[in-house]
Design a binder for this molecule. Sequence first.
Ligand code: UD1
Length: 309
Amino acid sequence: MAQYLVTGCAGFIGSWVTETLIGRGECVRGLDNFETGRRENLAHLAGKFEFVECDLRDADGVAKACEGMDYILHQGALPSVPRSVREPRTSHTANIDGTFNLLEGARAAKVKRIIYAASSSAYGNQPGFPRVESMVPMPIAPYPVQKLAGELYMKSYWQVYGLETVCLRYFNIFGPRQVPDSPYSGVMAKFTLQMMNSERPTIFGDGEQGRDFTYIENAVSANLLALEAPAEKVAGQTFNVACGERHTLNKTFRILAELLDFKSPPIYGPPRMGDIQDSLADISAAGKAFGYEPQVSFEEGLRRTVAWY
Ligand code: UD1
């Protein structure tokens, strides 16, 4: 029976991936250090998979976790653009050294395929929408640089060692279990919690910046499809994972306010350092290569998210 390792299994995306694989009857090992992951994300899965508490920066621990694995879903990272601006070294070691340690562990363990959580922030502020994978990346903040370095490492390990690697560039994934109360929380989770607590959210800038917000189940399905696709269609390649729609923060605020019956206007603050202005994906490559299609719309995703918190 195939063995799967999920890094960052206690995190928002990692816990969904872990849960979905377990639900399919797969044999799963999960790795997390609880730096940003949460124990409660795994509580309902206790006893159903093997858990390894380990930091991705621990090369020996990571190598051991890779032993006996066929597939790896590398969701573990220290996310957040602003965190990387404030603490570049911390996020550098977790995201670049961590990814390198995993690749080395996977190579020694003769893992068949790694699916890597890459970031749409790699596109930066270059002109041209929608974003197509063939565009030259222009990352701005340290976090997108780190995520892009991970992609290049993934490609290198395919080219040099024949380890099948697939990079999925996530576009603003949101949904249940996204941490809402950290200074580095994603905007959707943060605004939802603030409105539920009757606090007025702050929009950084004029609110006309847009994002291709993507509900979590779409990202999980992309991972599973990329795992199953023939190597000649995916190995060594990068794919956008998004909905293919751009929604402004002003619009997102309005929909959330309606769903939560929140009557006050937002506060407008200065733009955030290191942010990109806009984001919108062309998702046709993932569709062609492995049949990816978003199953849950932006609006339905918002409803499910609000219902969960
Ligand atoms: C997000 C992800 C990042 C991922 C990238 C691309 C998070 C925390 N970050 O970055 O991991 O690589 O998408 O998929 O999920 N904003 C406000 N008010 C707030 C918070 C944010 O106006 O209180 C604005 C930001 O200035 C930005 C937008 O909302 O314009 C989105 O911010 P955020 O949710 O942090 O995501 P990204 O920086 O786009």
